[in-house]
Write a protein that binds this ligand. Structure first.
Ligand code: API
Length: 264
């Protein structure tokens, strides 16, 4: 499936639990020799929710959150159960998802974490002004949506060589668990243009948790309203950082193909 070109292989492990080792995930994630994906999403049973979701990047590493993947997997369970709303157990807590009247899938991505050790950063500092820098960018705003995000607000995205500076910033020592790196251009108080270099997956067409982190950081910097459209290379997501601190994200989902994968 994909959400705005942010693509996923979604495995249903509810009937038969399995544990894929990191090298097997990376092999499946290889776009030339495997299936290829930004993230592998595993649907597992839950005792206190409709499902549990686990996320792995295409390099085999685990991620605590994945916004677009959550929307995609949620759409399967919403269709399967016929429920108007489902709950999802993730490493970032219990999330809720629903289908909107226009067919978009909306997820309540929970609350952002703004403390330096929650991002996490390497040492105590103000997460609104983090001295990360690379050619053309400086002064990041950081937060966690269950995974680490750094956002750079720039005059123009067109001047940046993101494929070059993205991996340098992802691996900066200030980010001990590495980071998802967002490059944001504020077009209007309700509109942001965003490209994300993802930890463990590289340049993506869209990133849901990155879009959540961007609206949070933009509002903290006084740059936008709390409700914004975020335009990424793959398309638009609708974001709202509500007064109760929850971040809501809505957008389209699509199924590319279905199949069976032998897990041994
Ligand atoms: N594509 C995902 C983000 C994956 C984050 C992952 N790259 C990490 O290591 O945290 C999304 O839509 O939120």
């Amino acid at each position: 499936m994909h959400g705005l070109g942010n693509d996923f292989v979604i495995l249903d492990a509810r009937a038969r639990p399995f544990d894929l080792p990191a090298p097997a995930i990376a092999a499946m994630g290889d776009r030339h020799r495997g299936v290829g994906f930004d993230q592998l999403i595993t649907i597992a049973p839950a005792t206190d929710a409709d499902i549990t979701l686990l996320f792995h990047n295409s390099d085999g590493t685990e991620a605590g959150a994945c916004g677009n993947g959550t929307r995609c997997a949620a759409s399967l369970i919403l269709a399967e159960t016929g429920k108007p709303r489902i709950t999802i157990r993730t490493a970032h807590g219990l999330l809720a998802a629903e289908t909107l009247p226009d067919g978009m899938v909306r997820v309540d991505m929970g609350k952002p974490r703004l403390e330096w050790d929650a991002v996490p950063l390497a040492r105590a500092m103000d997460t609104l002004h983090v001295p990360l820098a690379a050619e053309g960018v400086s002064d990041a705003a950081c937060c966690s949506m269950g995974n680490p995000h750094a956002t750079f607000f720039v005059e123009s995205l067109d001047a940046l060589d993101i494929a070059r500076i993205g991996p340098l910033l992802e691996h900066d020592p200030l980010l001990p668990q590495r980071g998802n790196i967002g490059f944001a251009q504020v077009l209007a108080p309700d509109h942001i243009r965003l490209t994300v270099w993802e930890r463990g997956a590289g340049l993506t067409l869209a990133c849901g948790s990155g879009a959540c982190a961007t609206v949070v950081n933009a509002v903290r910097r006084g740059l936008t309203n709390r409700a914004v459209t975020i335009t990424m290379p793959g398309g638009d997501l609708m974001l709202e950082w509500r007064a109760d601190d929850h971040v809501l994200m809505a957008g389209p989902v699509a199924t590319s193909f279905t199949g069976e994968f032998p897990v041994g």
